[in-house]
Design a protein around this ligand. Structure first.
Ligand SMILES: Cc1cc2nc3c(=O)[nH]c(=O)nc-3n(C[C@H](O)[C@H](O)[C@H](O)COP(=O)(O)O)c2cc1C
Length: 430
């Protein structure tokens, strides 16, 4: 991995070469250095990937923070899969905003609080969880680790964590995955359906398996950009992964829902985002009414980012909200979820719980969301980095590290329990 400084030096060197008359004589245009830099090590990606640690740890015992697992995942996954999980859609604006948003809030620490023990437990829909940190749903889990969803569920059981299973794993890879995951977890897990996949047979199937909470992800529709970018970076010709020997073995067995007929570059996999196929862009509140009427499972909308939509969710009988932008995987709003949280909490008006994810990488981030009124905080990439790096042990260690960081933050802020975390322990950067 190149450090930010090495990247800068590389850029300067390439620009120096680009200006050289020798290169012009050889037929290179004056833009070639920029073109080259825009390819595998594009500057916007350098900022995102630059968050990684340079040390590649060899065991979970060496881990100091979640970025250690990112660095290992990079060495274990194919370029395409690593890019798909780690990078963001469009130009990474939203992914960057997720991280930058945290710096707008600062924590007012108290001293001499005498706290020797911190209780992180929360209650959600009548169930007690050991900590507010939950595992966000991630699709296509077998791309990161064999039987990935089941392995994550084992880690969730070992740490008594809330695990939300992605419907995309269930539908695309193994229709039996819900049963397998429930068995590994020792209890039925929350299930996250995407877009318009939540039809009556699916809902009845989930009910028959005892699913307590149906999460409906309503923010997808832009991930095709990152899909196209991932395979472009892996050098897949014409972005046609089914024709590429490295990808075909697995991808040819999957339903071809994300491909459109290729006539222009923008058609490739709907690479500018798409109103076609199974995604949420075309859904409406009428659909929420329909799904609400189909089930008595708790219904949670994932992807709500405004006050108005939070209020509409309450009006439509929704039981909970997850403030999320898919970790910057789906939109170019350039709004971090931590910045959206206060207005969503206001819109929900204390009537339903508000959870959040996207960009959470440390205990201080999690603390800030709890202080702003979130009930629980999800992690997406960090637990997949852990999984890709070291399997179940990796996921457990990621959860353990974040819990420790949150514990310290709570003690330093004078909160011995989640209920004691106060809104006025945060100040906003002026
Ligand atoms: C590679 C990838 C796949 C994802 N798949 C799903 C999915 O199938 N269903 C879903 O609701 N959210 C999905 N998400 C979004 C996550 O649930 C979560 O919102 C996001 O990862 C949180 O941001 P973070 O990765 O910065 O922690 C996915 C995110 C990533 C990065």
């Amino acid at each position: 991995m190149l450090s930010a400084r090495a990247l800068k030096d590389r850029r300067s060197f390439l620009r120096f070469l680009a200006a050289s008359p020798i290169m012009a004589a050889a037929g290179f245009t004056s833009n070639w250095a920029d073109d080259l830099m825009a390819a595998p090590f594009a500057p916007q990606d350098a900022a995102a990937l630059g968050a990684q640690n340079e040390v590649v740890i060899r065991s979970v015992k060496e881990a100091l923070n979640v970025f250690d697992f990112d660095a290992v995942a990079r060495t274990k996954l194919s370029t395409a899969h690593y890019t798909f999980i780690t990078d963001g859609s469009f130009n990474n604006e939203t992914m960057r905003a997720n991280r930058e948003g945290f710096s707008k809030y600062q924590v007012r620490l108290r001293r001499l609080t005498g706290i020797t023990k911190v209780d992180q437990s929360i209650r959600l829909f009548g169930v007690t969880w050991e900590s507010p940190i939950f595992l966000s749903p991630i699709g296509r889990m077998n791309a990161y680790y064999p039987n990935g969803a089941v392995v994550v569920s084992r880690a969730a059981k070992a740490t008594n964590s809330l695990h939300v299973l992605s419907g995309s794993s269930a539908i695309r890879e193994n229709p039996k995955v819900i049963e397998d995951v429930n068995e590994a977890r020792g209890m039925p897990v929350w299930f996250a359906g995407l877009g318009d996949t939540l039809n009556e047979p699916m809902i009845k199937h989930l009910e028959s398996l005892g699913c307590p909470v149906l999460v409906w992800t309503v923010d997808d529709g832009g991930a095709n950009t990152i899909g196209a970018k991932s395979i472009q970076r892996a050098g897949v010709k014409d972005l046609d992964r089914e024709a590429d020997a490295r990808c075909a073995g697995c991808h040819n067995n999957l339903p071809k829902i994300s491909r459109t007929t290729v006539t222009t570059p923008m058609d490739v996999m709907g690479s500018v985002g798409s109103l076609m196929g199974e995604n949420s862009v075309k859904l409406s509140w009428e659909d929420v009414k329909r799904v609400r009427g189909l089930t008595r499972m708790k219904l949670v909308l994932k992807g709500i980012v405004t006050r108005e939509d939070a209020a509409l969710a309450v009006q439509h009988g929704v039981d909970g909200i997850i403030v999320s932008n898919h970790g910057g995987h789906e939109d170019a709003s350039a709004r971090g979820t931590i910045e959206c949280l206060p207005e969503v909490v206001a819109g929900a008006a204390g009537k339903i719980p508000v959870l959040i994810d996207s960009g959470f990488r440390g205990g201080a981030d999690i603390y800030k969301a709890l202080a702003l009124g979130a009930t629980a905080v999800g992690i997406g990439r960090p637990h997949i980095w852990g999984l890709s790096a070291f399997g179940q042990e990796g996921v457990e260690t990621v959860i353990g590290l974040l819990r420790r960081e949150l514990q310290v933050m709570m003690a330093q802020a004078g909160a011995a329990s989640i209920a004691k975390i106060r809104r006025d322990s945060l100040v906003t950067r002026g």
